[in-house]
Design a protein around this ligand. Structure first.
Ligand SMILES: Nc1ncnc2c1ncn2[C@@H]1O[C@H](COP(=O)(O)OP(=O)(O)O)[C@@H](O)[C@H]1O
Ligand SMILES: [Mg+2]
Length: 262
């Protein structure tokens, strides 16, 4: 479980988070919604330790992140997979290199291990057949073609899947997705939603999805938090979100229904 307690964060005079408290329960998908610029990515960067709060606490599995030593911080990060906003692949690297880069950076050079992990995660995101077919002629053929492709050879949806595959390396307990469907067409967006849902169920990971796409929320969320003017202004199920009478939340939902891609 991840717990945020009274997080404050400013950049210069700009107060972005003004006391955010939120629980992200295990084994579920939590969506954080809010307008562009409302602080969703900033919030996520606090959870993964890329930013430190000015005030407030972050607990991961009951441990206060600010009190962890280097080794504990390292093992905490091992439990987390991060799908960055945009596809965020390295254009000059192959699919294979993009996927296993974190293992490589941790000094793992054994090709059998790297290949095994690449096959597993690329299969999990649907870019290869089921992993049980690994070793069969058709699996190997597809793997050999895919591994050497460059991001520019792939569609937007495939690039996103490679980004998700990279986050699955090392079997994290938590996966964070920052705007996973932004910039994708509606059909591809729905496929990525299905993937998020499928991975959550199959791998029983805890997923946190930052989005401003209400279609995604209704497809995937068990739990929703609405971030507005530096505070969580609503927390509940997707059903409760639809029924809420809170004017700021209603305005956000209704505006989206009228202008989905704003
Ligand atoms: N590193 C930074 N330095 C200064 N301002 C930042 C930084 N990161 C984010 N901000 C500002 O914080 C606000 C929230 O940003 P962000 O979390 O990226 O919004 P979003 O909800 O769209 O993800 C924005 O006004 C942004 O300009
Ligand atoms: Mg953002």
């Amino acid at each position: 479980m991840i717990e945020l307690v009274n997080l404050h964060k400013s950049f210069g005079p700009k107060q972005v988070l003004k006391g955010v408290s939120l629980i992200i329960p295990n084994g579920q998908t939590t969506c954080i919604i809010g307008k562009s610029g409302s602080g969703k990515s900033v919030l996520l960067k606090h959870i993964v330790g890329l930013l430190e709060p000015d005030e407030g606490k972050i607990f991961v599995d009951k441990k206060n992140v600010a009190e962890l030593n280097r080794d504990d911080l390292f093992s905490m990060r091992q439990k987390m997979g991060y799908v960055f906003q945009g596809a965020a692949l390295f254009d000059s690297l192959t699919v294979w290199e993009n996927v296993i880069i974190s293992l490589f950076e941790h000094g793992i050079k054994d090709d059998a291990i790297l290949d095994g992990e690449a096959r597993r995660v690329l299969s999990a995101v649907g870019l290869l057949p089921d992993i049980s077919e690994s070793g069969s002629a058709s699996f190997e053929k597809e793997y050999n073609i895919l591994r050497d492709k460059k991001p520019s050879d792939l569609s937007g949806g495939m690039r996103k899947r490679v980004g998700v595959a990279r986050a699955l390396v090392g079997s994290p307990e938590y996966i964070f997705y920052d705007e996973p469907t932004t910039g994708l067409d509606p059909v591809t967006s729905e496929q990525i939603d299905m993937l998020i849902k499928d991975l959550q169920q199959k791998l029983n990971v805890t997923s946190l999805v930052i989005t401003h796409d209400m279609f995604s929320v209704f497809h995937i969320a068990h739990h929703v938090a609405f971030l507005h003017e530096g505070l969580v202004q609503f927390e509940g199920t997707a059903q409760e979100l639809q029924e809420t009478k809170s004017p700021v939340v209603r305005e956000f939902i209704e505006r989206f229904i009228l202008k989905p891609h704003d």
